[in-house]
Design a protein around this ligand. Structure first.
Ligand SMILES: Cc1ncc(COP(=O)(O)O)c(C=O)c1O
Length: 419
């Protein structure tokens, strides 16, 4: 990193006040639900006003054009022709839509990773009960020598002549790892299985060239790393599947004829608030104007997360550090395994201020250390994974290196109070 780059991560790329985030909170968790800039939220409010002033005209004449403009603006960032893209409300809906489109046969096998997103595993488990499928779990590693190859081999080890689908998380949620999607998509092709890539975290964090990658399906959120308002995700469907795919809710588009039927089906799934997707072109313009574009934003945030990782691993582990993934597996988030006593921080150690009705409701679901960090003013997920308890931090334009430094110091204080 040169001096200019070092300086760049010490200061926000865009001032945090441009987001409605609570200024008393150090927000290092862009990954969970994203964060939308104020200016885009104002644009969304204006669109809602327009819709409520003239609901019929808005829905029948304005909305189809807004939807088309959204598709045109996002397609180059996905590396596809706009005609291959439809919108869904979120990645969960996208994955579920694909899984329900497939005509399953009893005995079909699906391969997922042990770091696949829990909600998608639940979807598969529910389908497995109904259609008598077998869900096989690839024991993908967190780090180590030749990590990428080991990930591919973990999937290969689960292949059989009954493998029907491989669910590939582009960036894993609990461990924040960028999986080798090119190799895994090729594996699916080689064995004649369907490839479904869950890219919930990818648009905005990674450059995408879906046309080249050529999966059967790719789902990506815009409301996380592209920073649109909530309820905006894209579903790419390969031309091989376009005639088959149906949205969760079938509406007027069903009667549309020809090539555009697939988009008509998804563009209108009944009356709802479509303003989040209508803000996509403005959000992309905002990132271009305020952050210098996604490429610049990505490389700045990537440098920041690498520096944050080095700092956290060194501070928390002191001596020998845990086995970590290669830097090529990082984008704009990193998961750092927690040493003892932090990993087993107990409920009983929580400060009294956190023993509230809210914390009682979340007890057991949210790690006590995450709640202890709330009381210290930090928003950071603590996640129990197959590889141990992890601290996952994100880097976005409003974050600075000093915030991770303060987090490390706070964790050390918490840790020493447990010794
Ligand atoms: C890998 C993965 N898939 C799916 C989802 C679900 O995304 P959404 O809540 O937008 O449906 C997430 C959310 O973080 C995720 O990380």
């Amino acid at each position: 990193m040169n001096e200019e780059e070092r300086q760049e991560i010490k200061n926000p790329l865009v001032e945090p006040r441009e987001w409605p985030l609570d200024p008393s909170l150090t927000f290092l968790n862009h990954g969970s639900f994203g964060a939308c800039p104020r200016e885009i939220l104002r644009r969304q409010a204006a669109l809602r006003d327009q819709m409520e002033r003239s609901p019929v005209r808005f829905n029948l004449t304005t909305l189809p054009d807004l939807c088309e403009a959204a598709r045109e603006s996002v397609a180059p960032l996905l590396g596809v022709d706009p005609k291959n893209v439809v919108f869904v409300s979120n990645a969960s809906e996208g994955v579920s839509t694909v899984l329900k489109t497939i005509e399953w046969r009893a005995g079909d096998e699906v391969i997922i990773s042990q770091d696949s997103y829990p909600a998608c595993r639940h979807m598969l488990n529910a389908l497995a009960l109904r259609h008598r499928l077998l869900i096989k779990v690839a024991l993908t590693p967190f780090g180590g020598h030749k990590w990428e190859q080991q990930v591919v081999e973990a999937f290969e080890a689960q292949v059989s002549d009954r493998t029907r689908l491989i669910l590939i998380d582009h960036i894993t949620s609990p461990t924040a790892l960028v999986y080798p999607v090119t190799e895994l998509t090729s594996l699916a092709k080689q064995i004649g299985a369907i490839s479904l890539i869950d890219g919930a975290h990818a648009p905005g964090q990674l450059p995408l060239a879906l046309h080249q990658l050529d999966p059967d399906f790719y789902v990506g959120n815009a409301h996380k790393w592209m920073m649109t308002p909530k309820s905006c995700a894209m579903l790419y469907v390969s031309p091989r599947w376009r005639a088959h795919i149906l949205p969760h809710v079938i509406s007027h588009g069903y009667l549309t004829q020809g090539e555009s039927r697939y988009q008509a089906l998804f563009d209108w799934t009944g009356t709802r608030d479509y303003t989040a997707l209508a803000c996509l072109p403005d959000t992309i313009k905002w990132v271009n104007q305020r952050c210098g574009g996604f490429q610049r934003l990505r490389s700045r945030n990537h440098r920041l997360i690498q520096a944050a990782r080095d700092l956290l691993v060194t501070s928390l582990w002191g001596g020998p550090s845990p086995v970590m993934p290669p830097r090529t597996a990082l984008a704009q988030m990193v998961a750092v395994p927690l040493p003892q006593p932090l990993a087993t921080y107990p409920e009983s150690a929580l400060p009294p201020s956190m023993i509230t009705a809210e914390s009682a409701a979340s007890a057991g679901r949210i790690h006590p250390l995450q709640r202890a960090l709330w009381s210290e003013g930090f928003e950071v997920p603590i996640i129990t994974t197959a590889h141990g308890v992890m601290l996952r931090v994100s880097a976005q334009a409003y974050n600075t290196l000093g915030e991770y430094q303060r987090l490390a110091e706070t964790l050390l204080t918490i840790s020493s109070s447990r010794d």
